[in-house]
Design a protein around this ligand. Structure first.
Ligand SMILES: [Zn+2]
Length: 260
């Protein structure tokens, strides 16, 4: 499996990054996880408009899903004609939420994607075994555990402190964990994690590598890294657009690289 960080900006796009989006590839199958603001543009660096086989959406906040509407436009009006629908695994109500933004009615958007409501549990999506569970965020939100050929990535989506996230990430090779906050007493509970809390979740789950993501533009990323490092002793780094992870055949610690 190859995991590419397409966008990792938290809450809104930054000057350097689109909002949340990750591309997972194995056996020629391309699965996009989240498609936040600006992500469709960045995604085209790694995959053509027609090259995506399925999409998973963690929750219906715009910074995780809004470019799905833009993607429907791109798939419908491209020079190759109206591309056939691909499955979109998303919380209930995704089509109704996104369609008006693009001047569509829900039925039109539903004709361009095959929406499959997410529920907690395990399913096969192409070559991937995908386990989902509710995490701790003000709207229905799913965290993910995605496995292929003995290699596992877990993705927190947006969450406050969550035992379900620890379970999803148990012994994963890689945890992409949101770290929206710095550690401050005024942080609202049950919305997002601080970088320190991300480190604590990674440590409890015993993950091989922790990558902090959903990085919000007004935080100092080096401070986020330092907070997490106080509680997580394994391989630790910051997400960045274009970073690639993967392949269980590589020794641990050599699983990631920063292109360019
Ligand atoms: Zn959110």
């Amino acid at each position: 499996m190859r995991v590419t960080v397409v966008g990792c900006a938290g809450s809104f796009p930054s000057a350097e990054s689109a909002a949340s989006c990750y591309l997972l590839e194995a056996e020629g199958f391309r699965l996009v996880v989240d498609l936040g603001n600006g992500a469709l543009g960045a995604l085209q660096r790694y995959a053509g408009i027609g090259d995506v086989d399925a999409v998973c959406v963690s929750h219906l906040h715009a910074d995780h899903c809004v470019d799905l509407g833009a993607y429907a436009v791109a798939r419908h009006y491209g020079p190759d004609g109206n591309l056939p629908p691909i499955p979109v695994y998303a919380p209930e109500g995704a089509a109704g939420r996104l369609a008006p933004v693009f001047g569509l009615v829900a039925e039109e958007l539903a004709g361009r994607f095959t929406f499959r409501p997410l529920a907690p549990g395990r399913r096969e999506i192409g070559p991937f075994a995908v386990t989902t569970a509710h995490v701790n965020h003000p709207v229905e939100t799913f965290g993910f555990r995605i496995e292929h050929d003995g290699w596992t990535v877990a993705y927190s989506a947006d969450t406050g402190e969550s035992g379900a996230l620890v379970t999803l990430a148990r012994d994963a090779d890689l945890l992409l964990c949101e770290a929206s906050f710095l550690d401050r007493p005024e942080n609202k509970p049950n919305v997002h994690l601080s970088a320190r809390q991300a480190g604590e979740h990674g440590a409890k789950a015993g993950v091989g590598e922790l990558v902090l993501t959903h990085l919000v533009a007004w935080n100092d990323p080096e401070q986020s890294l330092a907070e997490a490092a106080e509680v997580f002793g394994g391989a630790l780094s910051l997400a960045a657009p274009g970073r690639v992870f993967g392949s269980a055949s590589l020794p641990r610690g050599a699983t990631s690289r920063v292109p360019r």
